[in-house]
Design a protein around this ligand. Structure first.
Ligand code: GCU
Length: 455
């Protein structure tokens, strides 16, 4: 039930969003004067829409046979049922950790980043072969730790364009894999020549990866390039690690690209668990956008992840499909038919009727800490739908004895809700900003650092 306070806050938020809208309308009026013949300015008509919980949102606390999960002791059984359901219908099957997998450290520099960090680079050789499928994992470990703590917790996330893009550090090995090029609304990729990274690509995405800030807060950062795992193209199967398991290809619940990214995050965690420089018992799965979708599924399938941070993961991530706004199941399956398994296509056009939804995937992470973040102009990701995902999953957190999300109304822009389930909607567009990271580090300080191992 919304309290008087929460209603007042909702009204204030609305006023604030209106103010925001008026400022933009004035700005757009100004552009219109100078760009009389240009296309109409983009507005965000959805900004004032308050999230409304869909009446028929599937309830993770009901078993498939309709009986209620009565006690926390029954949750693992329901959890297993949900994992099987989402594997079969959406993400597809994954292989187990390969017995032949080995790690080869090819760089260890204790004076990286002007002495601030130790930089490790390691190839995770999935099948044990140098020329077989692998990821190159880049790990920065802070050289000095606040409060004399010994080993730092780790924030682990895949990156979009190559390890060398996250920092200008000349010691980072430049990716030798296929990289997208051409116009991107996210980044100037003119450094990429013939789909290969060049020296000029160093640090081009550094604003989204504030390495020093993360290290100063006492966290290690580990990352690998998404293209090491899967090139993220319709015709990318042969270059994807998925092709190492052909038996998982010709089935309706085929090993999908999102699942492959999640799986690779688990393999990176296998390495971090035995890395003596970091606290492998406190590894947070982080991801932005499509890689946020992967971070959520990694946290759902692998209970060793201590927490999950989803930055604007949208459809197929934190957003509930039953809130039919922004990207739909059909759009996802049309633009990126390889992201999810083939069985998922039968739900095209049926977002509001599906018998499962993403609040249940988020619930699979419970009671481990979870941060869902949105950006107000990121309509494609449906910020309201992402909030509803967090709010609905929070019921399972409370059922398991965690306070979950500390409010039940959509907060104002740039007013984070910090709790075991955290949420914010920030101003601006689809990206990862300093504001986002400041909240994630506060969240990790509060709920990850020093917390008992989740299992
Ligand atoms: C597209 C896609 C989203 C995805 C995003 C991204 O916009 O529609 O689902 O999250 O790309 O990964 O950047």
């Amino acid at each position: 039930m919304a309290t008087v306070n929460s209603r007042r806050r909702a009204a204030e938020n609305k006023a604030e969003r209106r103010g925001h809208g008026i400022a933009r309308a004035l700005l757009c009026a100004a552009c219109a004067l100078t760009m009389a013949t240009a296309a109409p300015a983009q507005t965000n008509p959805d900004e004032d829409r308050q999230p409304v919980m869909p009446a028929r949102l599937p309830d993770p606390l009901l078993f498939a046979n309709g009986t209620r999960v009565a006690t926390p002791a029954q949750w693992p059984r329901r959890r297993k049922e949900l994992l099987q359901l989402f594997t079969a219908q959406m993400y597809g099957r994954m292989p187990g950790p390969p017995a032949q997998m080995r790690f080869r450290v090819y760089d260890l520099d204790r004076h990286a980043l002007g002495g601030k960090a130790t930089r490790e680079q390691v190839s995770v050789l999935f099948l044990g072969q140098e020329d077989g499928p692998r990821i190159d994992l880049l790990v920065y470990v802070p050289n000095s730790m606040p409060n004399q703590a010994k080993r730092p917790p780790v924030i682990l996330g895949l990156n979009f364009w190559g390890n060398e893009t996250i920092n200008p550090d000349p010691g980072i090995r430049i990716s030798d894999r296929w990289v997208e090029s051409g116009p991107s609304s996210y980044l100037d990729l003119s450094c990429v020549k013939n789909h290969r990274a060049t020296e000029a690509c160093r640090g081009i995405d550094a604003t989204r990866w504030p390495v020093e800030k993360i290290l100063d807060a006492g966290y290690a950062l580990a990352t690998a390039y998404r293209g090491d795992v899967d090139p993220d193209r319709r015709d990318g199967y042969a270059e994807s690690i998925r092709s190492a398991w052909p038996e998982l290809a010709q089935v309706g619940d085929n090993f999908s690209t999102i699942a492959a990214w999640s799986w690779a995050m688990s393999r990176a965690l296998d390495y971090l668990e035995q890395d003596r420089l970091v606290d492998g018992r406190h590894v947070v799965a982080f991801g932005w956008s499509r890689l946020g979708k992967a971070a959520i599924w990694a946290g759902a399938t692998d209970p060793r992840f201590a927490a999950v941070i989803s930055n604007e993961s949208g459809a197929g991530g934190a957003k509930v499909f039953h809130d039919v706004h922004g990207e739909t199941v059909e759009l996802l399956n049309t633009r990126f038919p390889y992201w999810f398994c083939r069985n998922f296509r039968q739900y095209n056009g049926r977002d509001a009727e599906m018998s499962f939804d993403q609040n249940e995937v988020l619930a699979l992470i419970a009671p481990r800490p979870l941060y869902i973040a949105s950006a107000i102009q990121d309509e494609n990701a449906d910020p309201q739908g992402e909030f509803l995902g967090a709010l609905a999953a929070s019921r399972v957190y409370r059922f398991l004895g965690s306070p979950g999300l500390p409010a039940n109304v959509w907060p104002g822009v740039n007013q984070p809700l910090l709790g075991p389930v955290s949420y914010h909607v920030r101003s601006g567009v689809h990206s990862v900003t300093d504001f986002d990271w400041e909240q994630y580090l506060r969240f990790c300080d509060a709920y990850v650092k020093g917390a008992a191992r989740p299992r």
